[in-house]
Ligand binder design. Structure first.
Ligand SMILES: [Zn+2]
Length: 288
């Protein structure tokens, strides 16, 4: 059975987006910052008993098959991993998958406001307080919401920074780019890529004016650097609802949207949720 499961995983990863696009599942990419959709044995214990690295995992049905939709943290080392879940008889089952290495390109940025690269003690205190709020937002689990994993672009614009870039600010190494940047003129409307609920809004040291959306089952999206926020916490949004306007608040070199997608608390590549996404073109844009 183990070997059969392994075969199924390989089969599905070969099919990639072709198989998943019709089923509204994200493009599977078993790499750090990627997403995998793992077929589950029938009769798993509902609503969701699937666990990966101690975290609850989204379960979706597509074409009469249940899948665990697993976000892979950027810090994950290549190798074999497993999810565990319980069936209705109380038996523990596991499903293994292999994460392969991915070399993300390097990006060098120059920031005029040096405090955004080397924050002063007061800034560090603010950042620590904000991190508590952000962690709380990321920890949200709403079982009742059925997430739609086929996103629209939140706006049209040039991809100015792809997901995962190894970043240097003013020559100093910083955390990898855990979102997707779309450059557009200040004031361009930013629209919800899928239905959800506004989890929180705020002004943050790094992400500026930001909106967090909950789409259900551990799928949270974030929109940063806005000049203006146009929604309020608790508000239900549909695909296309105006969230705010493009700006360059927080740490930004120019007006753009920083779009973050979190799945089981892992920041993953937003582009995997957009059909007909061409990764090569995004990487080419990042090298401009
Ligand atoms: Zn960004």
């Amino acid at each position: 059975m183990k070997q059969l499961n392994f075969f199924i995983i390989i089969f599905f990863s070969l099919l990639g987006s072709i198989a998943f696009a019709n089923n509204h599942l994200p493009k599977a990419e078993a790499v750090p910052g990627g997403v995998v959709a793992l077929p589950l044995a029938s009769k798993f214990k509902r609503p969701s008993s699937v666990i990966f690295q101690g975290r609850q995992i989204m379960v979706l049905n597509a074409s009469k098959q249940d899948y665990a939709i697993v976000g892979i943290p950027l810090s994950t080392k290549p190798g074999n991993y497993q999810i565990n879940y319980t069936d209705q008889a109380g038996q523990t089952l596991k499903q293994t998958f292999t994460v392969r290495a991915k070399a993300y390109p390097t990006q060098y940025l120059t920031i005029a406001n040096k405090r955004k690269v080397n924050p002063n003690p007061a800034d560090l205190q603010r950042i620590a307080q904000e991190q508590v709020i952000i962690d709380k937002l990321k920890n949200t689990w709403t079982q009742a919401m059925q997430p739609n994993l086929q996103f629209n672009w939140p706006l049209k614009g040039r991809i100015s920074s792809a997901f995962g870039l190894q970043r240097f600010y003013n020559g100093e190494p910083r955390s990898p780019h855990a979102g997707l940047d779309i450059a557009a003129p200040a004031g361009t409307p930013i629209k919800a890529p899928a239905a959800g609920r506004v989890l929180g809004t705020g002004n943050f040291f790094y992400s500026g004016n930001a909106v967090y959306l909950d789409h259900g089952q551990g799928l949270i999206t974030m929109y940063g650097h806005m000049s203006k926020i146009k929604v309020r916490p608790g508000q239900l949004v549909k695909t296309g609802t105006l969230l705010g306007l493009v700006g360059q608040t927080g740490r930004a070199t120019g007006p753009h949207l920083h779009w973050g997608v979190m799945l089981n608390k892992a920041l993953v590549d937003p582009a995997l949720f957009i059909s007909q996404y061409r990764h090569d073109s995004v990487l080419a844009a990042a090298r401009e």
